[in-house]
Design a protein around this ligand. Structure first.
Ligand code: ATP
Ligand code: MG
Length: 427
């Protein structure tokens, strides 16, 4: 029978790489906590309506990318393509936003049926924050400062911050008319999606990845010209705060986000290279969403980061997760003694690999060496007869020595401390 392979665009993360992911996840959690965010865990599937209503029918996500199917009861369900909608749904369902302000973060897999390529997958992972209940530019600046801290902690080259304001609905309407007027002149040259959007949702065209469409857009009217006064003030306030914090940015008047629910502030952190896959973090303000999902009008802002892209950018070195101690056992009685020793070392917090199965002393020594452990605990026939344990340093030339079994855990801990090396992490 031919072997079954994984679904295209859905990747296994193998043990070698998992350690880098774990390090990154730890850093994300620390930084989120440092800004008083609280974790929320959400289902991977939701009713299709949730995404249709919040993300917008005419977006790439809802239009082409969702994994939507009928469950056994005939209800239309969707594997989540992003988590903001779920976050707000959950917050409303459990009264988290009732007269409260909330800072929430989440992390987990998302699903989009896109064309798989480097940095773009069908199952990928996002971590994100949502700050619900604040209207002013201070929280916008804070979420951006939080993301900047992440680049520092993850030790990745600082991506470029692009920022824009989409204004309120009214100013967007006025702008839309001007944009359509301009693009009508080039209708025949636009890509088919953009031609369709010219009547259905023209602002979306600004987000097109089509090269020629992007060229045409270069001379299009700018949204900033039509910005309402309150949004301008908000944007100026935010830029002032960023200046004060020494956060560099580029105002990109053509930056819109691929989701319908954004208003005012939108931003993206764009890393080096990889064209359309260079954005590592994207977010913005979505003051209208809570109401769209049935709550009272509530301002909110958030961002999401693509973790595959971050792991790659961080060139994270694997954290040490292999064993520190390898227990070599020859003979049945030695095996029982070795198991007991291993348990006592684990009680002390050591990472221990016990040799399982048969094998000569020599072959087990080779395995101990390859395991990366710093210390070998040797229980051969002589040791087990005398209830002794031989301790050998594998990475230094400290002489091996034999101790009584009950003294062994302490002696091993001492040797480990003496030979301790720097824990590898994200450097
Ligand atoms: P793009 O324009 O690249 O398709 P998007 O606007 O659809 O991005 P968002 O929905 O804002 O992306 O998602 C936030 C971040 O999640 C992106 O900046 C990216 O880092 C990551 N991301 C989005 N889609 C994928 C994917 N299919 N595979 C890997 N990472 C992704
Ligand atoms: Mg996309």
């Amino acid at each position: 029978m031919s072997p079954i392979q994984s679904i295209k665009g859905m990747n296994d993360i193998l043990p070698d790489t998992v350690t880098a992911w774990q390090r990154m996840e730890d850093i994300l959690k620390q930084v989120f906590s440092a800004y008083a965010y609280h974790e929320i865990r959400l289902p991977i599937m939701e009713k299709t309506d949730l995404f249709a209503r919040s993300i917008g029918e005419d977006t790439d996500i809802v239009g082409k990318e969702m994994y939507t199917f009928e469950d056994r009861n005939g209800e239309s369900v969707t594997l989540r393509p992003e988590a903001t909608a779920s976050c707000i749904r959950a917050g409303l369902e459990h009264g988290l936003f009732h007269n409260r302000q909330r800072r929430l973060w989440y992390m987990g897999p998302m699903f989009r049926h896109e064309r798989p390529q480097r940095g773009r997958y069908r199952q990928f992972h996002q971590a994100g924050v949502e700050a619900v209940g604040w209207a002013g530019p201070d929280i916008d600046a804070e979420t951006i400062a939080l993301s900047r801290r992440l680049w520092r902690e993850l030790n990745i080259p600082t991506p470029r911050l692009e920022i824009n304001s989409l204004g309120e609905t009214d100013s967007r309407c006025r702008y839309r008319a001007k944009l359509v007027e301009y693009l009508e002149k080039y209708r025949e040259e636009l890509d088919p999606d953009s031609q369709r959007r010219l009547t259905e949702n023209p602002l979306r065209i600004l987000d097109s990845k089509h090269t020629h469409t992007r060229q045409i857009l270069r001379d299009a009217p700018k949204l900033s010209t039509y910005l309402d006064h309150a949004s301008s003030e908000h944007f100026e306030g935010l830029l002032g705060l960023l200046d004060e914090m020494g956060i560099e940015y580029t105002v990109n008047p053509r930056l819109v986000r691929g989701l319908d629910y954004y208003s005012r502030t939108v931003f993206e952190w764009v890393g080096e290279g990889r064209g359309a896959q260079a954005t590592v973090c994207a977010g913005g303000r979505y003051d209208g969403l809570v109401e769209v999902l049935g709550g009272q009008s509530t301002p909110a802002i958030g961002f999401a980061m693509g973790l595959e892209r971050l792991v790659e950018a961080a060139r994270v070195q694997s954290a040490k997760s292999g064993p520190e101690v390898f227990v070599i056992v020859v003979g049945g009685r030695a095996k029982r003694q070795g198991m007991e020793q291993a348990e006592r070392l684990r009680d002390r917090g050591c990472r221990v690999q016990l040799h399982c199965g048969d094998g000569t002393m020599k072959s087990q020594m080779r395995k101990a060496d390859r395991s990366g452990a710093r210390v070998a605990v040797i229980i051969g026939e002589d040791e087990s007869a005398g209830r002794l344990v031989t301790i050998k340093s594998l990475r230094t030339d400290i002489e091996q020595y034999t101790v009584r079994e009950d003294r062994a855990p302490e002696a091993i801990a001492e040797l480990l401390a003496k030979t301790s090396d720097r824990e590898d992490g994200i450097h």
